[in-house]
Design a protein around this ligand. Structure first.
Ligand SMILES: [Zn+2]
Length: 349
């Protein structure tokens, strides 16, 4: 489906020349519906009776097969763990990353979070033979930043020598994480965040919450509605509140008690929240308003008087290191305590 805030981009994409480019790089913030957009575009390219505006008809054989994930001229390249999560998740948007995957897949191996070279090699045959239906063949790579180096290099060969009729759709929230050589072969399509008030209205209706609560979740999600929607889900909301309560009580609670409180929380969830918390501390220290936790402004102001921009900068770069290891921590408890020690040190001066 196309979320309302992407409707303008959708119409422009269907009407524009980009639609014809053999490789399209669809990028934008996490949690805005890029995956659903790309999937709908793939369907539009395969549809055998598109509407006058180029949208898929949802009625032809191709559309039916696509809906059943059974179209012979379509391939999805995704990390094994993400595919598992897609199958398990009812909504299966797959856009927004952190906190979206089922807990079981969090324990997956490093390889299962990457798109591997054998997956790209398997495409070679697909792109070489003619389409079963005589129309376009479509390869959707989502998220494209999951391609490991060898896989990206193998893909580059295919992108450099496009076979007629094969279209590549690459989706990412982190275009900078893709090799420049891959990016340069693609036409880029940037998808936007919605306007704040439109996002509040959508979230309030979709999650059945009041405007004030919707605003708080959107702030916590950096304005990304689907990410905010996951936060607003009762199970997630409870975890999110626990994490924020725990972070706000630092440094007084102490590292061990805070680590005990967060022990059951998936690392990507607390790492993302802690990073947002530190961004807000930095903003308040610099005289700006908090972005992610405006409802905690008083506490952030009080804390900001006990630290400084240099100490917060050191903490932020320490957390960048934690975030890079978050998908496959050697020892989750140690990682948690290390991050919390970093917080304590930022307030020790
Ligand atoms: Zn159709």
């Amino acid at each position: 489906m196309i979320f309302p805030w992407l409707d303008t981009a959708w119409k422009q994409c269907l009407a524009g020349r980009q639609r014809a480019h053999h490789a399209l790089l669809i990028h934008g913030p996490a949690g805005i519906g890029k995956s659903a957009f790309a999937s709908r575009l793939a369907q539009a390219l395969l549809c055998e009776a598109p509407r006058t505006d180029g949208a898929p008809c949802d009625a032809c054989d191709a559309c039916r097969w696509f809906a059943e994930r059974n179209h012979p001229d379509f391939r999805l390249l995704a990390p094994a763990a993400a595919e598992e999560a897609r199958e398990n998740a009812a909504e299966g948007d797959g856009d927004g990353g952190q906190g979206a995957a089922a807990p079981a897949t969090r324990a997956g191996s490093r390889a299962s979070r990457e798109i591997r070279i054998d997956q790209v090699r398997a495409l070679e045959r697909f792109t070489e033979v003619g389409g079963h239906r005589g129309g376009a063949k479509v390869v959707l790579i989502d998220p494209a930043d999951a391609l490991n180096t060898a896989a990206a290099n193998a893909l580059l060969k295919t992108l450099e020598e496009p076979t007629r009729g094969t279209r590549f759709l690459l989706v990412t929230a982190r275009p900078d994480a893709l090799p420049a050589t891959v990016r340069s072969r693609c036409s880029a399509l940037a998808l936007p965040l919605p306007a704040p008030e439109a996002a509040v209205q959508w979230l309030a209706a979709d999650a059945d919450v009041g405007a004030t609560e919707a605003r708080a979740w959107l702030a916590a999600a950096g304005g990304a509605p689907l990410r905010a929607r996951r936060f607003a889900d009762p199970a997630h909301a409870a975890v999110h509140r626990l994490v924020v309560e725990t972070l706000a009580a630092l440094p007084e609670t102490g590292v061990v008690r805070a680590a005990d409180a967060l022990a059951g929380v998936e690392p990507p969830v607390w790492v993302a929240a802690l990073q947002s918390w530190v961004v807000d501390l930095q903003r308040v220290c610099a005289g700006a308003e908090p972005r992610y936790f405006p409802e905690r402004a008083d506490r952030l102001h009080a804390l900001s008087r006990r630290t400084g921009l240099a100490a917060l900068e050191r903490l932020a770069s320490r957390l960048d290191g934690v975030a890079r290891a978050v998908e496959h921590p050697l020892n989750p408890r140690l990682m948690l305590e290390d991050a919390l020690l970093g917080v304590r040190e930022a307030f020790a001066g």
